[in-house]
Design a protein around this ligand. Sequence first.
Ligand code: OGA
Ligand code: MN
Length: 295
Amino acid sequence: MSIEIERLGNSFFAEVRNVDIAKPLDAETVDTIRQAQRDHGVLLFRDAHLSDDQQEDFTAHFGTVEFNLRSDVDHIAALGNVDLEGNFRDPTTAQASFLRANQQWHSDSQFFKVPSALSFLRAVAMPDEGGATQWADTRAAWEALPPTRQADLQDLVAINDLQKSRAKTGHNLTEEDRKRWPPIEHPVARIHEETGKRALYVGSQVTGISGLDDAAGEALINELVAHSTQEQFVYTHEWTVGELVIWDNRRCLHRGRPWDEESEARDVRRSTTEGSGPTSEGGLPVDEYARARAA
Ligand code: OGA
Ligand code: MN
C-alpha cells in the first residue's frame, strides 16, 4: 500500500497513513514524507509507537538532530510531568516551571540565535482529560494580512528576552542561563528557507520590537499573536498514546493545554532538528530563502 496523506482541519495539519516509521525507511518514502512536511507544516503519524532510539533515527531523516539542553537522554527531551521512569516530577522545581511555559503560544527555542527547524513530539502517556496540543498556522495568518499591513511589518525585528518571557510563568533564570541566552533578535515575519514564504514569528517568548518602546512593542506582539491564533488558523489535537507529530517551527506556533498535573501523567518526548541562521542581521530580517539558494 502506498503512503496516503490526508489534510485534517482548515489549512496545515495532515495525517500520514500506510507507513511504519518505526522501521528503516527507503529513500523514496523519506522523500515523500519530507515533501509532505514542506507542503503541510504539521504531520500526524498514528500508531507509530516509537522507542526513543527509533524517534531519534526517524528525526535524522529531516536534518541534524539537536542535543537537548534540558533532556533526560541526549537527543530526546521528556517534556511532560513525569521522568523517563514514569515518576512524577516535583512541580515546584525550576524545570517544572520552565516546562509549564509550553502552555503559552510559542515556537521552539525561539530564544536561540539559531532556533530549531522541526520538532518531533511523541505521546508516551496521556491523561484521560485535557493535555491536547494546539498549532496555529502563522503563514496563513501572515497571508491574511492586507498588503499595506504586511509592508509595515516586513522589516521589523522582534526582541526575545528569555528572562522577561519566562518571568511570566514564575520561572527565574539562573545567572548562568542569562549569560547563555541573552536577549536576541528575530524577524517579525520570517522568510522560510525552503519555500520563500513568510510567516509571523512572534509568540510568548518575544518581549519587544526593535525601535518601538516597551508598551508599543508589547501591544503589537499581542495583536499579532491574537491574529495568528484565531480559530480559523488553529488546529487542536487530542493525543492517543503511540502517536508522533512533526511540526515546522518556522511556520507555526504551538502550545500545550492544561491537565490535572497532580494526579495524571502526561509523558511527551521531543526531538528537534537544527535550523540555520542568523535570522536577522544589522537589525533587519535576513532573506533566508535567498541565503539558502546562494549557499
Ligand atoms: C513542545 C511543546 C507542548 C505540549 O514539545 O515543544 O511545546 O503539548 N509541547 O506538550
Ligand atoms: Mn514547544
